[in-house]
Design a binder for this molecule. Structure first.
Ligand code: ZN
Length: 232
């Protein structure tokens, strides 16, 4: 990818994970599902790729400052091996394959490895009018739910808050809520302080990857009505 292409892509992504989240990712502190969202965002966002590389370098330098005598040889080797596995590989893979797939740029690695099908061909289940979902098996934490969402053009989601956090990454199409407009590569971070009502742009189906760390709580009039019937 040329520097020019990188800049163009960088300008298209407007909503990024905050620095704390990127640091947690770079240090291997995030769970598998949250890491998947950040790595997939990074595949589409040169800016965050650069930041992650910087945090990784800082982490490596901090390790280097440890008195080597205090650590058994194999302990250090183990840490370095884990760093290699958990940090560098996902981003490198993500970046390499995001641009190695010719025409179809819709699903970058590492997400593609979890889908095993084109977006259109996933086993969608209708949840609400205009909203289909597919749950993905990512990681082993039962409190964390990973899903793909398909929102029909112009469809409005019920107003809701979140008891925990939700990370939503747009892969195709776009949606808007009280906080702004989110399109391909944009990451929306939502926690219990935010009450929002996303609406998909009306010219295109919107596909998102969403990770929630606790049940959603629907708060609007429709939400209160249908809440008992949705398995969130
Ligand atoms: Zn970014």
């Amino acid at each position: 990818m040329s520097a020019e292409d990188e800049n163009r892509l960088g300008e298209m992504v407007h909503h990024h994970p905050d620095d704390l989240l990127l640091m947690d990712y770079a240090s291997g502190a995030l769970g598998e599902a949250e890491s998947l969202v950040i790595a997939t965002h990074a595949a589409l966002c040169p800016l965050c790729r650069r930041k992650i590389a910087e945090y990784e370098a800082v982490g490596g330098a901090a390790l280097g400052e440890l008195d080597a005598a205090e650590m058994a040889d194999d302990a250090l080797a183990g840490v370095m091996a884990r760093l290699d596995q958990s940090l560098e590989k996902p981003v490198e893979q993500a970046v390499a394959s995001a641009h190695a797939d010719g025409g179809d740029m819709t699903v970058p690695q590492p997400l593609r490895g979890y889908l095993n099908a084109a977006l259109e061909d996933l086993p969608w289940t209708n949840v609400l009018r205009g909203l289909d979902e597919v749950t993905l098996q990512v990681g082993s934490n039962d409190m964390v739910r990973t899903k793909m969402m398909r929102i029909q053009p112009g469809a409005a989601m019920p107003q809701h808050t979140h008891e925990g956090a939700e990370l939503t990454l747009v892969l195709k199409g776009a949606f808007a809520d009280e906080r702004g407009h989110f399109q391909r590569g944009d990451l929306a971070f939502t926690d219990s302080d935010v009450e929002h009502k996303p609406i998909a742009d009306d010219h295109e189906v919107c596909y998102c990857l969403a990770v929630t760390t606790a049940p959603l709580r629907l708060t609007g009039p429709i939400g209160r009505l249908i809440n008992p019937f949705i398995r969130y």
